[in-house]
Design a protein around this ligand. Structure first.
Ligand SMILES: [Zn+2]
Length: 263
């Protein structure tokens, strides 16, 4: 009996360890969440990473369609001919609207994507500024799909680019299936209830377009994402990368991937 109990205990321990990055579907928030907005109101950029890393959504800022995660390569989830109709709604200041249009301009200048103010198109991006954090769905999901940018999400031009890139069809860079070759996830420094955010995709689930791992991607978590103690939660295994988690611009590899997906 003793051996049996010990055996059972070990199985539970190992199972628990193996489960660290598994997705708990019951915890997925698939609609706007006010507590994420409040968390962002209290955010300190120096202590806890980027604005979009403060939300309670999947990986912080993704509204996930549960049947969608593997399907991003389906053509229906890409924007037809790379044209993205959009509408801006809500109480953005003119300065904030300029940040949004600068982000759109950079994507248009560096890639073949075209953003167009919505005419009568059925599928479009609706940019809102509810107090529910920074969030987006991944890829085209049909009809009006929100990209929400609370005030804090407009402090950095790259945060707007980041959310738009989700809507264009990209996940977070550090969730790539090959990420463990490039970064180490420091689980001991991650908020215990946010460890699911550091899941990686299985091989064949992600689409990298043959572009190598990119520490400088505007879609990469910052080193302090979801930290419980102010210490890094993710570090490079290939020497120090000072630009990891940057939200200043599209990286060269971001541009390459967008163009491979759409051009
Ligand atoms: Zn994100």
């Amino acid at each position: 009996m003793f051996f049996f109990k010990t055996f059972l205990f070990l199985i539970v321990v190992f199972y628990h360890e193996a489960e660290t990055f598994k997705l708990d579907l019951s915890k997925i928030i698939s609609t706007s969440d006010e507590s994420s907005g409040k968390a962002l109101n209290n955010w300190n950029i120096l202590k806890s990473g980027n604005a979009e890393e403060q939300g309670n959504y999947f990986e912080g800022d993704i509204i996930l369609n549960l049947d969608q995660r593997n399907g991003i390569r389906l053509p229906t989830q890409k924007w037809d001919k790379g044209i993205i109709p959009y509408k801006i709604e809500g109480g953005f200041s003119s300065k904030q609207k300029n940040v949004i249009s600068d982000a759109i301009d950079q994507i248009q200048k560096k890639t073949c994507l075209k953003f167009r103010p919505r005419g009568g198109e059925e599928d479009y991006i609706l940019i809102t500024n509810e107090n529910t954090g920074c969030w987006s769905s991944v890829g085209k999901i049909g009809n009006a799909q929100k990209v929400n940018l609370q005030d804090e999400c407009l402090l950095k031009f790259g945060t707007v680019i980041h959310e738009l890139l989700h809507a264009i069809g990209f996940y977070h860079e550090q969730s790539r299936s090959d990420r463990d070759i490039f970064v180490k996830i420091l689980t001991e420094n991650i908020l215990s209830d946010r460890r699911d955010n550091f899941m990686k995709l299985n091989e064949g689930e992600d689409e990298t377009f043959g572009v190598s791992y990119d520490y400088e991607s505007v879609m990469h978590y910052s080193p302090l994402a979801f930290t419980s103690n102010g210490k890094p939660t993710i570090k490079s295994l290939k020497g120090e990368k000072s630009n990891m988690g940057q939200r200043e611009k599209l990286s060269e590899k971001d541009i390459k991937k967008i163009n491979k997906m759409y051009c």
